[in-house]
Design a protein around this ligand. Structure first.
Ligand code: DX5
Ligand code: ZN
Length: 329
């Protein structure tokens, strides 16, 4: 290995905070996209953001499903497709087949939106809607229940390297968050356009979960990994001081123990919570007393869930937990 070639990130470097960065390859060397996605992965990207443009919906043309499918083999990172096309429904199967993990298209398209959202979800992928800077968030209301992702565009779609529209971010990011409030788990607000180290703190302070970053990461001679880490840290700083009362955000992947119950009761609670869309882990925990070895009835099971869902799960399942705890007593 040559001395300049950098090693993979050590495990302790894995992002601990809340904000995530999706690297847009729009401004990478389009002649060597395989290298671009591998580099983004090596430098610590959380996702790859794929800007698909059809020269109709936007005045620019990029790549299609064949390219996406070829890139699927080059990285283990999730692929977020951002379809800036007139007819997402017509080409959807090809993007599903290409291996996209999430598919987001525009609410301004002139075709029925609901069937496309349903098909994405039926394929087990995350479904998203994006909006141009001038389109109000209210346009998404009818599709609320079908949305995993709301992608707020803070530039006119079509090109990388444009300036961040802070007013649009201030108006729409909190509203996008509220739109996804009913989801106990998994709802994501993405901010796309003009995100860099100057604007990441604003975006994080307005509650964005996923920062899409393009041109700021593809500057020759710049350290991409450092830029990604800075942008994540700045977004978390914004979140901490704008929305979280000065408390550092809970790492996105943290798990918390929600209940500790005998197996049957723990199973009942697990079934109920999972039916609401929250992933649950069940672990055989500890016994109630010194003589418990013989008494399987007293073995407890810890029910773990993502920390990010704890408040919403407590609100909805707190009573059931209390009931089951009483039964156990
Ligand atoms: C623009 C695209 C963006 C673009 C962002 O239409 O949707 O994803 O790549 O690029 P920057 O970060 O340069 O604004
Ligand atoms: Zn995009």
């Amino acid at each position: 290995m040559s001395p300049t070639r950098r090693r993979r990130r050590p495990a302790e470097d894995v992002p601990r905070g809340r904000a995530r960065v999706a690297v847009s390859i729009l401004d990478a060397d389009l002649g060597n996209l395989a290298h671009a996605v591998r580099r983004a992965e090596r430098e610590g990207a959380d996702r790859i953001h794929l800007d698909v443009m059809d020269a109709h919906f936007v005045p620019n043309l990029t790549f299609g499903p064949k390219t996406v499918k070829a890139l699927r083999r080059r990285t283990r990172l999730p692929l977020d497709a951002h379809l800036m096309v007139d007819e997402p429904g017509r080409f959807l199967d090809q993007y599903l087949d290409a291996g996209c993990d999430s598919i987001t298209f525009h609410v301004e398209v002139r075709e029925p939106i609901e069937p496309t959202l349903r098909r994405i979800r039926e394929a087990g992928r995350a479904a998203g809607l994006s909006l141009r800077p001038k389109t109000p968030i209210a346009a998404l209301e009818p599709y609320r229940a079908l949305l995993d992702i709301v992608m707020v565009m803070t530039v006119e779609p079509g090109f990388g390297g444009q300036a961040f529209m802070a007013d649009v971010a201030r108006e729409k990011l909190p509203a996008a968050r509220r739109l996804l409030d009913h989801k106990l788990y998994g709802g994501e607000v993405h901010v796309d356009g003009g995100v860099n180290r100057e604007t990441a703190e604003i975006a994080g302070g307005l509650g964005a979960d996923m920062l899409v970053v393009g041109s700021a990461l593809w500057i020759e001679g710049h350290d991409m990994g450092r830029e990604i880490r800075l942008i994540r840290a700045l977004a978390d700083e914004g979140f901490q001081y704008q929305l979280n009362g000065g408390v550092p955000p809970t790492p996105r992947d943290a798990m918390v123990t929600f209940a500790s119950l005998p197996r049957a009761e723990a199973k009942r609670l697990e079934t109920a919570i999972e039916a609401a869309g929250v992933p649950v882990l069940l672990f055989r925990a500890h016994d109630d007393g010194a003589d418990a070895v013989a008494s399987t009835a007293r073995t407890r099971w810890d029910l773990l869930l993502p920390a990010s869902a704890e408040a919403a799960v407590t609100a909805r399942f707190g009573d059931l937990r209390a009931t089951l705890e009483r039964e156990r007593a």
